[in-house]
Write a protein that binds this ligand. Structure first.
Ligand SMILES: [Zn+2]
Length: 425
């Protein structure tokens, strides 16, 4: 065995879909790559007719980060086999019960899209291993050195980095580039690339998605929102939609920080910590959990524009009628190489898959509600609630949020000592 090639990834997906037809099916992505490849994803779940919670896991954006699709295929195969056999899953020192696996399969819509950039992977595996981008030559002017777009700088989140970010934020060379010869070339427009269009299409087709993971390497990091600037929880006006802060993003310790609600921040961090604990339990690999802007293994700030995880989380902030998607990026492999030996990769697959199962358990809805309840709540939201409190009022930057935060600031100082006193007894 070694790393799967692009044909093997596709046949693994269709093989799983035909081996487990009652709990999985193939999703055919509509946009063909420039080299004419059509991609597939696998939807895992029994489906109860009115799904509330979806989890989307993607990988392969960066061609040379070879192990990502292999992690995804093994993850899907493990869950499907364990559910069918009625067993749990054991990854070294981290294990899951049959009941936990059953919950994931029966209560989530889990979508695994292992290889979003097959042209790039094919080129990396056969011609030039260090290839990062896709193989779109439209901006190359016929020059081989100018082929390709960085798929993970092409999403619609502060894509126009020259306008949105401070000039000084470019210094670390992580943001993006307008030059086709750069490894960070962001394309000609947001979502100009078929690879990102396919990911966006999944979010549109499956609006129940509210957890998202993009698998990259390397470093050993679990990264959560945001990736453009340091998080702040106090000033909603400082946010990526506010043009008044253009030219000031991407630097730590200055006036601008990206707004995230205190509860949201606590939630994404705690689920990230759970994932990290599951990974550490397998064989002791310690992954650092941090907001993406402070990529720990990089050792300094790592501002990004047009990245998948920020875009997925930002959709709700830009349009509060969409689901809030808790978004992550994992940088697997603590050893700094894109090409571990297959023996090492097999161990890494166990690490990361143990973490992904844990993340799915975090994504489970608190209650398993019957499907009539789900239809009723959807009707209530659409027919009544959203008319009384339209999204622009109750959205994260709207007046409703300000009222909520004001009430919170009055009540928390009152309630906290009471709770503390209660715990003290
Ligand atoms: Zn990457």
């Amino acid at each position: 065995m070694t790393f799967l090639n692009v044909v093997e990834i596709e046949s693994a997906l269709s093989g799983l879909a035909s081996a487990y037809p009652s709990i999985s099916h193939l999703i055919t992505l509509p946009f063909f790559t420039v080299e004419g490849r059509q991609s597939h994803a696998l939807l895992i779940g029994t489906g109860n007719g009115c799904p509330q919670t979806g989890v989307l896991i993607i990988s392969g954006a960066h061609a040379r980060e070879w192990g990502g699709p292999d992690i995804c295929i093994n993850f899907a195969a493990d869950l499907l086999e364990a559910y069918s056999m009625g067993t749990g899953l054991v990854y070294g020192g981290t294990s899951y019960t049959a009941g936990q696996i059953k919950s994931i399969i029966e209560r989530l819509d889990l979508i695994v899209f292992p290889d979003i950039n097959p042209d790039g992977r094919n080129y990396s595996q056969n011609t030039y291993a260090m290839w990062r981008k896709n193989r779109n030559g439209a901006s190359s002017g016929g020059q081989a050195s100018k082929i390709g777009v960085d798929v993970n700088r092409n999403y619609d989140f502060l894509w126009d980095f020259n306008t949105a970010f401070a000039p000084g934020a470019q210094a670390g060379g992580t943001l993006a580039s307008t030059s086709p010869s750069s490894d960070l070339f962001h394309g000609t427009a947001p979502f100009s690339e078929t690879e990102t269009k396919n990911v966006r299409w999944l979010f549109e087709q499956y609006p129940q998605i509210n957890w998202f993971m993009d698998i990259h390497s390397y470093g050993g990091d679990i990264l959560h929102s945001w990736g453009d600037d340091s998080n702040q929880t106090t000033t909603p006006d400082k946010n990526f939609t506010n043009a008044a802060w253009n030219g000031q993003r991407g630097l730590p310790g200055d006036a601008y920080g990206e707004y995230i609600g205190a509860c949201d921040l606590a939630n994404v961090a705690s689920a990230g910590n759970d994932m990290g604990a599951a990974i550490a339990g397998v064989r002791g690999e310690t992954y650092a959990v941090a907001q993406a802007f402070f990529l720990p293994s990089w050792g300094s700030t790592y501002p990004t524009s047009g990245a998948s995880d920020d875009w997925a989380f930002s959709r709700y902030f830009a349009n509060p009628s969409l689901k809030k998607v808790r978004s992550y990026c994992v940088e697997f492999n603590r050893v700094k190489t894109f090409f571990p030996t297959w023996a090492d990769m097999q161990l890494i697959i166990l690490d990361v898959d143990a973490g992904l199962v844990r993340l799915c358990l975090r994504a489970l809805p608190a209650l398993s509600l019957p499907s009539w309840w789900c239809h009723l709540s959807r009707w209530w939201n659409e027919a009544i609630w959203h008319r009384v409190f339209p999204p622009e009022l109750w959205g994260p930057y709207g007046p409703w949020e300000r009222i909520r935060r004001a009430v919170e600031s009055i009540f928390i100082p009152i309630v906290r000592p009471i709770i503390r006193n209660f715990r003290g007894r």
